[in-house]
Design a protein around this ligand. Structure first.
Ligand code: CAA
Length: 285
């Protein structure tokens, strides 16, 4: 476990926040999970229980360790308890204004030496850090979905993020059994700068009738050994999230090669958001 970090705060109990809380708890940290509404926190606890249950069934986690991990997670609908945290990870809605407002609040209540990390997939860490009086202690810690299964974490250094914050984040990744890889603060960082143009090309391939979604996924899965085809993956990520990230790339880099596919825009407008809405490129029961 990292030398100075004992208590980790996680703000946002959606899919990513749950996974992040879970992996810190499994690694022995005390975790304070915060969201605005109690039903979100109740749902979070159930989904963490399901996830550790699967790991136990697969022999990846001892049941005694699963119980201990669950016991290390406490939940709250108030930010107040985060005053005791050494390290806080934000995983709320992907909206710059909401994140900046939250970081200003966290800055006011967190211990002066606490490090504030954002799980943003594309919003500027420099912009988020500038909402605080401690931008040298603000960095990006971008986990991949599903968090308990994915070994990589992107660590994003904002314009003024200090070496100490990066060092602690690298140490924490190691403590979680994950690999932290550093990326500079440009739109999409590394992961989404490369992943989203590929997914966007798959959307164009559907729109232009180059192949059915099944054919496109079969080619990339069987032909390139990707674990999921691009359209299955896009449905898994959420088509609204894909569109938001493409907009960040397009606006931030100004190159027409990042323009979101019109079919993607149309599907999002129709509420076909992928797995979470029951329908995207595929239909889910
Ligand atoms: N906790 C525990 N178990 C989980 C889980 C979780 N959170 N999520 C899924 N699982 C389980 C599944 O339930 C399934 O269990 P069953 O077999 O009992 O149904 C199992 O994991 C999946 O096992 P599989 O044998 O089907 O698949 P796998 O182990 O070979 O791989 C995978 C699963 C790791 C998700 C793989 O399909 C994969 O790597 N997919 C690509 C994921 C990816 O690219 N993620 C990045 C998305 S991009 C992102 O996150 C960043 C962004 O900003 C957009």
């Amino acid at each position: 476990m990292s030398m100075n970090v004992r208590t980790v705060g996680v703000v946002g109990a959606g899919t990513m926040g749950n996974g992040i809380a879970q992996v810190f708890a499994q690694a022995g940290f005390a975790v304070q999970l915060v969201d605005v509404a109690q039903p979100m926190l109740d749902r979070a606890r159930r989904s963490i229980e399901t996830s550790v249950g699967k790991l136990v069934t697969k022999g990846k986690l001892a049941s005694v360790d699963a119980a201990a991990a669950l016991g290390r997670i406490t939940t709250s609908t108030s930010l107040e308890p985060l005053g005791a945290a050494d390290y806080i990870v934000e995983a709320i809605v992907e909206d710059a204004a909401a994140k900046r407002a939250l970081f200003a609040s966290l800055d006011a209540l967190a211990r002066p030496e606490a490090i504030l990390a954002s799980n943003t997939s594309s919003i500027s860490i420099t912009l988020i850090g500038a909402a605080t009086k401690r931008p040298e202690h603000v960095l990006g810690m971008h986990f991949m979905n599903p968090v308990p299964l994915m070994s990589l974490v992107e660590l994003i250094r904002g314009q003024v993020t200090g070496d100490e914050a990066m060092r602690v984040a690298h140490e924490l990744c190691a403590a979680l059994g994950k690999t932290g890889v550093e990326a500079a603060d440009y739109p999409g960082f590394i992961a989404n700068r490369i992943l989203l143009p590929m997914l966007n090309e798959a959307f164009y391939a559907v729109m232009e009738g180059i192949g059915t979604p099944e054919a496109i996924d079969a080619v990339m899965k069987g032909g390139m050994n990707h674990p999921m085809g691009p359209l299955t993956l896009a449905d898994f990520i959420g088509l609204d999230v894909c569109l938001a990230i493409l907009n960040v790339l397009h606006e931030g880099l100004g190159d027409p090669k990042y323009r979101p596919c019109p079919l993607l825009r149309r599907m999002v407008a129709a509420g076909h958001l992928g797995r979470k809405s029951g329908r995207g490129f595929y239909v889910y029961a």
